[in-house]
Write a protein that binds this ligand. Structure first.
Ligand SMILES: [Zn+2]
Length: 476
């Protein structure tokens, strides 16, 4: 098929046309979550954009196979093998076992994905499923001389590669050489500062919950090895697109490339896509800083998940995105207006195939231009303003929404049928009904019923207050 999909390849720092290894097929890998806590909305931005990438490729005709790992072992709080084990930290925090934590937060992650209309990748594999594969890869790396044993652990020797820091410019390489891990506890076993752990046996965690037998003693894998193994297990030795958040570029993706290509003896993945940060008031959001925004927090505050998805799609994935509730409020208005316009499309005519093809091509061209989602949305606005007939408009919007996944027709139809488009509007209706019911009860001097209604709302986290202007409510 014709290859016309272009995206910025972090490896070459240029926008390139994707040419897959096998004509018409794309093998794609996504780094999955470390399941020790809820995902913060900044992480979810990456998963939304990777979902758009996958759906864009499918929309223009590629057969895509996408694989994602679930990190349930081996990821320390500092990506460079120092700090605490994230899974253990989660287990201690909640007084549960590591496997209970993994199960709970894996489910929570997929619940968020479902709410955001993120398609589940074709293959999802937890790291703990693949211990024999990790051990095999490490054995080969040792045989080939790319790895060494020291202090009971197995390390990857980064000095064996001509170009270890593949994503970095010359200046960045210098800075990294100076700075790599000078600020954290130095592992005396490492020959080079940038070496990383493939297998831990002598770990600082006496109480590491999950351990396996290995040729080097009982222990557990390092974090980076899992993505190399899991991708090769399902996608083979040649991969087309690897994606993740920009935080993953170094050291995680750098280490993935080092060990994969050392193991294979040839180039592994041709194209890399990185989604930039979500910031709040100039700073990067993180769980440790206490400004921990989750999707359920946004939902509680009245923003339907689809509003957050639209907020992400309105900006380019290669630019940092600034989060604020004001911007989200604007997005909610924009979304509601868009739904209203779609609901007003008259039911008329037959699908005009020529107009359909023209608009579909325009929409695809935006996606093929480095996944430009905001211009893709503009195509929908242009269509709404055009004199294309109703049946054609609806078909174009419905089909393009496969990629956008903003529930456009669904919510427009719900609006037309008298239902409300958003969760918060539904909630508002429910509360107003209850307030009216309580008012009636009070009028009838049925104070027990009035109190019961107040209590019922309180149970749902809604506090009501009688004021001179009437009854008002707030979320508690
Ligand atoms: Zn990864």
């Amino acid at each position: 098929m014709e290859n016309r999909f272009q995206m910025f390849n972090t490896l070459t720092r240029t926008v390139e046309t994707i040419i897959p290894n096998e004509d018409g097929k794309i093998k794609m890998y996504t780094c999955g979550p470390t399941v020790y806590h809820f995902a913060h909305v900044g992480n979810l931005r990456s998963y939304i954009m990777e979902d758009v990438l996958e759906k864009s490729l499918r929309f223009i005709g590629y057969d895509v196979k996408r694989v994602m790992n679930i990190t349930d072992v081996g990821h320390l709080s500092d990506d460079a093998d120092s700090g605490e084990d994230k899974m253990l930290k989660g287990a201690k925090r909640e007084n549960k076992t590591v496997m209970e934590i993994a199960k709970f937060y894996t489910d929570a992650f997929f619940k968020d994905c479902e709410a955001l209309n993120i398609k589940r990748p074709d293959v999802v594999e937890p790291a703990t499923n693949c211990i024999p594969e990790f051990i095999h890869m490490i054995e080969v790396l040792l045989e080939k001389g790319y790895a060494y044993l020291a202090g009971g652990n197995v390390y990857f020797d980064t000095s064996k590669l001509d170009d270890y820091l593949v994503f970095s410019s010359a200046a960045e390489k210098e800075a990294l050489k100076e700075g790599v891990r000078d600020d954290v506890d130095v592992d005396e076993n490492k020959k080079n500062k940038s070496d990383f752990v493939l297998w831990f046996t002598k770990s600082k965690f006496e109480d590491q919950a999950l351990k396996w037998d290995s040729p080097w003693g009982v222990g557990y894998p390092g974090w980076h090895i899992e993505c190399s193994c899991i991708s090769m297990k399902h996608l083979g030795e040649y991969m087309d697109i690897h994606c993740g958040g920009i935080d993953n570029m170094f050291p995680h993706h750098t280490n993935e490339i080092a060990q994969s290509e050392a193991y294979l003896g040839h180039k592994w993945c041709n194209y890399w896509l990185h989604v930039h940060h979500l910031n709040e008031k100039g700073g990067k959001m993180s769980k440790s800083k206490g400004n921990f925004l989750t999707l359920s927090l946004l939902t509680e505050k009245g923003y339907a998940p689809v509003i957050y998805r639209m907020f992400c799609l309105q900006s380019h994935y290669r630019k940092p995105l600034e989060f604020s509730y004001d911007v989200l409020d604007n997005m909610k208005n924009t979304y509601d207006k868009l739904i209203k316009k779609i609901a007003e499309i008259p039911a008329e005519g037959d699908v005009d195939e020529e107009a359909y093809a023209t608009y579909r091509r325009k929409f695809e061209d935006c996606l093929c231009n480095d996944v430009n989602t905001s211009t893709a949305i503009t195509v929908i606005y242009d269509l709404l303003k055009s004199d294309v007939n109703g049946a054609t408009k609806r078909k174009i919007i419905g089909d393009c929404d496969y990629v956008l996944s903003l529930d456009l027709l669904k919510n427009a139809d719900a609006l037309k049928n008298g239902a409300t488009a958003n969760v918060d509007a539904e909630l508002e209706n429910f509360i107003q009904e209850k307030i009216a019911e309580r008012k009636e009860a009070k009028k009838a001097k049925d104070f027990a019923k009035a109190d019961a209604i107040r209590e019922e709302l309180l149970q749902k986290g809604i506090a009501i207050k009688d004021t001179r202007e009437g009854t008002v409510w707030e979320l508690v």
